[in-house]
Design a protein around this ligand. Structure first.
Ligand code: BT5
Length: 322
């Protein structure tokens, strides 16, 4: 009996997580399919994680945490966001793919997500490190009926949704670094990249790219001083699909509030996570550096800096140095 079971495990292992049909197992073990089934039940009782699927056969349950369409949609409480999912094992950039899908007319709420990106990008074409199975690399397509100048706050809205979801799922306290970073203990765990397809008076799509380091245990040398993951900070491994669900649910809610009432009602929530408010910072903008005290953001999400001379500077886009 035990040798038969050993043989079963051997055959399943050789299949590398793929299915082996009951028929093939029966043949190789020289027994009936019913006997195979019985052995499987026994093995399961012993604690082996085996899976039986009708018409496919048996396999060793994947221990890899995945972010497939099924994993994301099962238990998702959002109505529109995540209804359409494009899942890839590998992709150059979910953001790039999302842009293409927008042009092909994909619906608002479409989620593009991958286990790995080979050409993940940050702002200004900077590289975004996106290793396989450990992080969340996703792009969400929104199609709000708004003029294009309403697009920038979507970065802030997404940041709030992500920060809250991280807090809930990992039990750590993230901070938002205006406009698009989420930090834990001063290190970056999340980057957000919001892009736009628009006509002169109408948004076609806002594409929100979100990269979250979740279960990484280490980073390449150049990122070590500045990057961290939820696992490193919380000490626990997190099921990525659950985090994605919580983000989509919040993003859906906040998008609605924003469309109906503007950014003002979301500002307080954003400020409660803000890392820069009240601090002296330097904003590196494309036009040069501006230093001063970050005194807050406007109802439009624009950062306000008070210079030495007491003058208020409005910062629309920059890299912030705290
Ligand atoms: C960002 O850019 O922070 C936005 C990153 C957006 C990535 C997502 S992943 C899904 C979607 N598909 C894409 O192709 N992109 C989006 P930025 O503020 O420019 O920061 C980029 C800088 O962060 C780099 O120059 C590195 O210094 C650093 N960096 C790169 N990879 C990182 C990582 N995994 N964790 C922390 N920091 C990283």
């Amino acid at each position: 009996q035990t040798s038969t079971r050993k043989k079963i495990l051997e055959l399943l292992t050789e299949a590398g997580g793929g299915f082996v049909s009951g028929e093939l197992l029966a043949k190789k073990l020289n027994c009936s399919r019913a006997a195979v089934w019985k052995h499987m039940e026994e093995l399961r009782k012993e604690g082996f994680e085996l899976e039986a699927v009708r018409k496919k056969g048996y396999r060793i349950k994947s221990t890899e945490d995945k972010v497939t369409e099924n994993e994301i949609q099962y238990g998702l409480e959002a109505k529109r966001l995540g209804k359409t999912v494009y899942y890839k094992e590998t992709v150059d950039s979910t953001q790039k793919l999302a842009h293409r899908l927008v042009q092909e007319g994909c619906p608002g709420g479409t989620l593009v997500i991958a286990e790995e990106q080979t050409g993940g990008r940050g702002r200004l074409q900077r590289a975004w490190y996106s290793p396989k199975y450990t992080g969340i690399w996703m792009s969400v397509v929104l199609r709000p009926d708004l003029p294009p100048q309403w697009a920038p706050p979507f970065t802030l809205i997404a940041a709030v949704a992500v920060a809250q979801a991280i807090e809930e799922t990992a039990g750590v306290h993230p901070e938002i670094k205006w406009p698009n970073d989420i930090l834990i203990g001063g290190k970056k765990c999340t980057g957000i990249l919001t892009e736009l397809q628009a006509d002169t008076d109408q948004i076609q799509a806002v594409i929100i790219g979100i990269g979250i380091n979740v279960n990484e245990t280490e980073f390449p040398d150049e990122l070590k001083p500045i990057a961290t993951s939820l696992l490193i900070e919380s000490g626990r491994k997190i099921k990525r699909a659950l985090l994605v669900q919580r983000i989509l649910e919040r993003l859906e809610k906040y998008e609605k509030i924003y469309i109906e009432n503007g950014f003002a009602p979301l500002k307080l929530l954003w400020e409660s996570y803000a890392a820069v408010i009240g601090k002296n910072i330097t904003a590196h903008t494309l036009k040069g550096d501006i230093s001063g005290k970050a005194i807050g953001i406007t109802d439009e999400g624009v950062l306000q800096l008070e210079g030495e001379d007491g003058k208020i500077h409005s910062i629309y886009s920059a890299d912030i140095e705290i």
